[in-house]
Each structure stands twice: as C-alpha cells, then as structure tokens.
Ligand binder design. Sequence first.
Ligand SMILES: C[S@@+](CC[C@H](N)C(=O)[O-])C[C@H]1O[C@@H](n2cnc3c(N)ncnc32)[C@H](O)[C@@H]1O
Length: 232
Amino acid sequence: MDAERDTFQPIDMAEIYKKHNSLKKVEAVINPRLKERDAILSLIPTASVGAEIGVFTGMLSEYLLDKVKPTKLYLVDPWSKLHGERFPNFGAYSDHGKLQTAAALNAVRFRVKRFPAAEIVQEFSQKWLAEQPDHSLDWVYLDASHKYENTMNELLAIEPKLKPDGMILGDDAWTKRGGRHYGVFRAITDFCKQRPFELFRLDQYAQWAIRPIENLQPQPRSVVRVVSTSRP
Ligand SMILES: C[S@@+](CC[C@H](N)C(=O)[O-])C[C@H]1O[C@@H](n2cnc3c(N)ncnc32)[C@H](O)[C@@H]1O
C-alpha cells in the first residue's frame, strides 16, 4: 500500500475515479448526508483532538476537517486488514462488492492531504484505541460496524481515552426495534445504563451524542434534545 502511495499521486478526484471505476459509481449513488450531520458536528469544539472511527472513502472526514478545524483528527479504519482487496457486497454502497479497499483509501488520502491535522490510521478501532493514552481525546465520531456487540465494545474502549469533558458522537442510531441499525441505538442506550454517561442528543437524522455525567454542571432540561428518529 505504501509503495502504491509513492507511485499514485492523483491531482484530482477525476484521476482517482478514472483509476477506480467502482468508486465513481459508488459516490455517484451514495448520499453522505453531510448537511444532516451539521447539528451534531456543531457540538464539537474547534481546536480539539478527535477521531473518526469508520472512515470508508473519507467524505465525512473532509467535511469534518473543514467544519470543525480540529488540531488533530485520527481517521481510523482497517480497510484491507478487515475486508481484503474488496469491500463485501453492501449493495450500491460497495458497487455490489466490486469496490476496492485501496480505492477508498486513495480517496481518503487525496481528500485530507491539505489538512495537516489529519492522520490516517489503517487499524481496527479497538486495537488503535488500546494504544492511545488515557484522557487524550476530546471526542470520537463512531461510524463503524453498526453491530450491537462491536459498538458496545468500542464505547467501552473509548471511555478511558476520553477527556472528562469529552463526548462520543455518531451516526445511524435507528430507534425502531428490528430496524437495520437498531443495534447502534441499543448499544448507546445500554452503555449509558451501565456507565456514567448520558445521551444528550439524538436527532431526526439518527445522529447521536453521549457524554460523561460526573463532570457536568446541572443542565436545564431544554438543553437535552432526544427525539425518535425517522429512520425505519
Ligand atoms: C459506514 S462506513 C463509514 C462512513 C464514513 N464515516 C462516512 O460518513 O462517510 C463504515 C466503515 O467502518 C469501517 N469499519 C468496520 N469495522 C471497523 C473497525 N473494527 N474499526 C474501524 N472501522 C471499521 C468499514 O471498513 C467502513 O469503511
């Protein structure tokens, strides 16, 4: 992969799309819902240290870097370490299994190269988290497997790495029992029952945010906004 990095230095996305036709197809049909994430991203302080866990092709990463302007953003995804040469068949999201992990990684490299704060980490979430110093992260945006067990284990692994006034945010907390991403909602609510955290934001776009309770000033109820998401 590093050898390819040396030889493939695209000047624009068109060049990447030319090399990776599946990436072009995927990005023509998927909707990264960037505007839907504005409200949740506005909770993140600027000049902070954060991580996006689950990066894929880096569309959100670039938006995050531009909008939040962190001093450091770790972009953590195992890509080929988990999926091999190609992503599994996620339907149109992976061009039915034809999308190469190298294509996604090349897109991320290109999208974030103008941001010195960005560091791409090809690793599994839990392995990377275990290597981080305690209380070193202001926030984590979690958008990885969406499975209940993985999400719960990731939340448990993030907890000690978070600063006392930090927060964990993420995507796809679908509130309808049996819905495709219900596991995310179940994991964050179970985590908040088991650990000293509270869900303080869940919006109609299934964007969520939780934070440690201990160090909070009492909050007026109106600050806490939890609604049922419209996702199935
Ligand atoms: C839904 S996509 C992320 C989308 C991206 N955050 C965005 O908004 O454009 C999920 C990603 O999670 C990654 N993933 C799966 N298991 C993971 C793990 N254990 N650690 C980190 N990332 C993981 C997958 O490789 C995939 O790229």
